[in-house]
Design a protein around this ligand. Structure first.
Ligand code: CAA
Length: 380
């Protein structure tokens, strides 16, 4: 087993860290306050190659491996996980799905601009009545011969407004249940698409989240991905990779809160000495470090399996569940270590705590990850 990163992996990590520490930090609090989309940062990070970092260079991507992706996501999310989720959805849900299951024409037309970051993608699976219970899709895609007609509503869609290319999951043959589900590439400016209001979220406030309504939206047949009925498997396979992205995001949130707590504990004095000299604080720091190291190893293992072409679905579920849960614990401890200062915005840790909560919910709640993990153990 080799725990060393390659020179290229280190360079990617450093580039992400430099951008986060130099640029994202400047306005992260203001964007959180105003729930303002990070337009210029996404443009800059596209130019640096992060929006399509996992895509093969022949489709204009960065050709980087998943281990590098974990390292980059951790660095970016230490400072700004709203930017992190935009990168993650574009890379692991949208680009990955088209690259692995799309036709050459779809890759040419849609993957290339997404990989260059000129266009941003969104993944539309969740519905008002089908979040965790993803097989029960109410959105319909009626087969009309040369096109499909989409009707229904999707909920909690990251990049719904900033994105222009949608991956939409919908039911074509209700009698076949999940085997009747299809998935389509849909251009956001198609007639019949409208957006709900911008969701006023607790955390990750500068990424945009909306519901999306489809009313008789015509989708050309050639925009279906895969065979008729492949949509649910597509969603599940794609989410396996997406969960590595969100696990790394949770890892970054925890690491960011940890670094701030260590610095604070060394500087702040109480009872005549630095906080770090009080065992109550030192042990918290130790517990945080152990959890973060374990989460990092989970993320890197899942990424390594994916890069080796080995099955990684259970590893990514373990990484997501563990990293998200410890992100919540670590950020809660970070606020506690900071005391009153932790409860005000200037010190960042309250924001990180709000952000950590979402990692336990989206791309499969912690409970859904336990379903995936336990079924893999108990089946057969
Ligand atoms: N790979 C391939 N196929 C898979 C699979 C996988 N990882 N997981 C399930 N399947 C297949 C099963 O084999 C089965 O197919 P067959 O009938 O042909 O055997 C089919 O899918 C149905 O599976 P289940 O019977 O296990 O279905 P279920 O209803 O019991 O549970 C679930 C499935 C794992 C709970 C699934 O519904 C799930 O993952 N739910 C969570 C959905 C989710 O993560 N949503 C996140 C939204 S996206 C988001 O948040 C993006 C964003 O904007 C940030």
């Amino acid at each position: 087993m080799n725990f060393n990163f390659t020179e290229e992996q280190e360079m990617i990590r450093q580039a992400a860290r430099d951008y986060a520490e130099r640029e994202l930090i400047k306005d992260v609090l203001e964007r959180d306050e105003k729930a303002e989309y990070p337009t210029q940062h996404i443009k800059n990070l596209s130019e640096l190659g992060f929006l399509g970092m996992l895509v093969d260079p022949k489709y204009d991507g960065g050709g980087m491996d998943t281990v590098s992706y974990v390292l980059a996501m951790e660095e970016i999310c230490k400072i700004d996980s709203s930017v992190g989720v935009i990168i993650s959805v574009n890379n692991s849900l949208v680009c990955y799905g088209i690259e692995n299951y799309g036709t050459e024409e779809q890759k040419e037309k849609y993957l290339k601009p997404l990989a260059r970051g000129e266009k941003i993608g969104a993944f539309l699976l969740s519905e008002p009545e089908a979040g965790s219970d993803a097989t029960h899709q109410r959105t319909t895609a009626e087969d009309k011969g040369d096109h499909y007609l989409l009707n229904g509503t999707k909920n909690w869609i990251t990049n719904a407004n900033s994105g222009s290319i949608y991956i939409v999951v919908a039911q074509t043959h209700p009698e076949k249940k999940h085997k009747g589900i299809n998935v389509f590439i849909v251009e956001k400016d198609s007639p019949g698409i409208s957006l709900g209001q911008h969701e006023d979220k607790m955390g990750m406030r500068s990424s945009d989240t909306h519901s999306v309504m489809f009313t008789d939206v015509k989708v050309p047949k050639e925009n279906r991905i895969g065979e008729d009925g492949f949509g649910f498997k597509f969603a599940m396979k794609t989410l396996e990779g997406g969960r590595i992205g969100i696990a790394s995001q949770a890892l970054g949130i925890a690491s960011g809160a940890f670094e701030r707590s260590v610095n604070y504990a060394k500087e702040r004095k109480a009872f005549g000495t630095e906080l770090a000299n009080h065992q109550a604080i030192a042990f918290k720091i130790s517990d945080m470090a152990v959890k973060i190291e374990a989460a990092r190893n989970f993320c890197l293992k899942a990424a390594w399996l994916k890069d080796q072409g080995k099955p990684f679905g259970v590893a990514s579920a373990m990484a997501k569940q563990y990293a998200a849960d410890i992100a919540m614990e670590v950020t809660t401890d970070a606020v506690q270590i900071h005391g009153g200062y932790g409860y005000v915005k200037e010190y960042h840790v309250e924001r990180l705590m709000r952000e950590a909560k979402l990692t336990q919910i989206y791309e499969g709640t912690s409970e859904i990850q336990k379903i995936v993990i336990s079924r893999s153990i108990l089946k057969g």
